[in-house]
Design a protein around this ligand. Structure first.
Ligand code: DAU
Length: 318
């Protein structure tokens, strides 16, 4: 099931990919909060992977209930709807895809799965809520729930609100790259394929009731990533526009991945080559991202999120 912002082209692509599956995959478009749609989609499934979420931190901070409320609705209530149906259908594994952000800001060291959950944005709090509901179905109903906590994921087809596709597509248009605060916040970058291999392994070999960290081991500052993008596209530093910071911005996330490694997973990718390939993918696939950025909802989001930030950052005239 897809998020409500998936474009028609994405839906057609997902449909085509799934229809091509040898075991006759089925594509159902629906909202995870809609119990009827969930019943139809889950019918006959033995494993459920819940990737569906409101996922963008900035949108969860936009200051009106329509935004933060959508996060609670999808990331908590939606998980409950899925769990109820999974319980009814007696599924063999339920994988709740979560995030390293549930640990909150990690100024030093690396988070282990038993660390307390200390989320600090409406987004990460709603994801922590989803995890807790999922875990409660393991404890109360003996459901085979496994939780994964992934780090910052990147690759082709990422919606152009996230750092990498946003900065690449803006740079291609010679538009400013809005860097929050000092740009020294640190994230651990993980290629989508490594992330998916970890999630699959957690489904196959993970112990019910347990959580598994999945991180790429590529800790970088936002400035590092931005420099890489500019160099790859041969664009000037002057495109970087320092803007007001994200409220409550977590400086750093970092994961200890010993537990998933003990199951046999390890990151298999070359970070530099993957960033270069991803940047190249966006350069070659403008026909995919341009309509998404031209969409009225996106434009409205962009204006609301960035307009005031840029103004706040201007030096005082007196
Ligand atoms: O860590 C896993 C998380 O990674 C996932 O759970 C989230 O769903 C996903 O959105 C991502 O969260 P981030 O907030 O880290 O990703 P984002 O791409 O929004 O931002 C990455 C960093 O770049 C973050 O420190 C904020 C900064 N940033 C982001 C944007 C969009 C900027 O400086 N300027 C921007 O315009």
């Amino acid at each position: 099931m897809r998020s409500r912002r998936a474009g028609q082209a994405d839906l057609r692509r997902a449909h085509k990919n799934l229809s091509g599956l040898e075991d006759g995959g089925r594509f159902v478009r629906g909202d995870i909060c809609d119990a009827k749609a969930v019943e139809e989609a889950m019918n006959g499934c033995d494993t459920v992977f819940n990737f569906a979420a409101e996922s963008h931190v900035d949108r969860s901070l936009m200051g009106d209930p329509a935004h933060a409320g959508a996060f609670v609705q999808t990331d908590v209530y939606g998980v409950y709807v899925l769990l109820e149906e999974a319980k009814r259908q007696n599924v063999k594994k339920f994988v709740q895809v979560s995030t390293d952000e549930v640990y909150g800001d990690v100024s030093e060291g690396h988070s282990v799965e038993t660390d307390p959950l200390e989320p600090r944005s409406p987004y990460s709090a709603s994801k922590a809520g989803g995890e807790l509901i999922a875990r409660s179905y393991f404890v109360s109903h003996d459901m085979p729930v496994v939780i994964t906590r992934g780090s910052n994921t990147f690759g082709p087809y990422q919606y152009p609100e996230k750092l990498l596709p946003l900065f690449v597509s803006n740079a291609l248009d010679d538009q400013p790259l809005p860097m929050y605060g000092d740009g020294l916040q640190r994230r651990d970058w993980l290629h989508a394929e490594d992330h998916c291999r970890g999630i699959l392994l957690a489904a196959e070999a993970g112990t019910p009731g347990e959580a598994y960290n999945i991180g790429g081991g590529n800790e970088k500052t936002n400035r590092d990533i931005t420099q890489m993008i500019l160099q790859l596209l041969d664009k000037p530093q002057s495109l970087i526009q320092t803007v007001a910071d994200r409220p409550g911005h977590d400086r750093r996330y970092a994961l200890n991945c010993d537990k998933i490694r003990a199951l046999g997973w390890q990151p298999s990718r070359d970070f530099g080559a993957d960033v270069a390939a991803t940047v190249e993918w966006y350069r070659a696939n403008e026909a995919w991202w341009r309509p998404l950025k031209n969409d009225a909802e996106y434009q409205q989001y962009y204006k609301r999120n960035y307009e005031n930030r840029a103004q706040e950052q201007q030096p005082a005239s007196r």
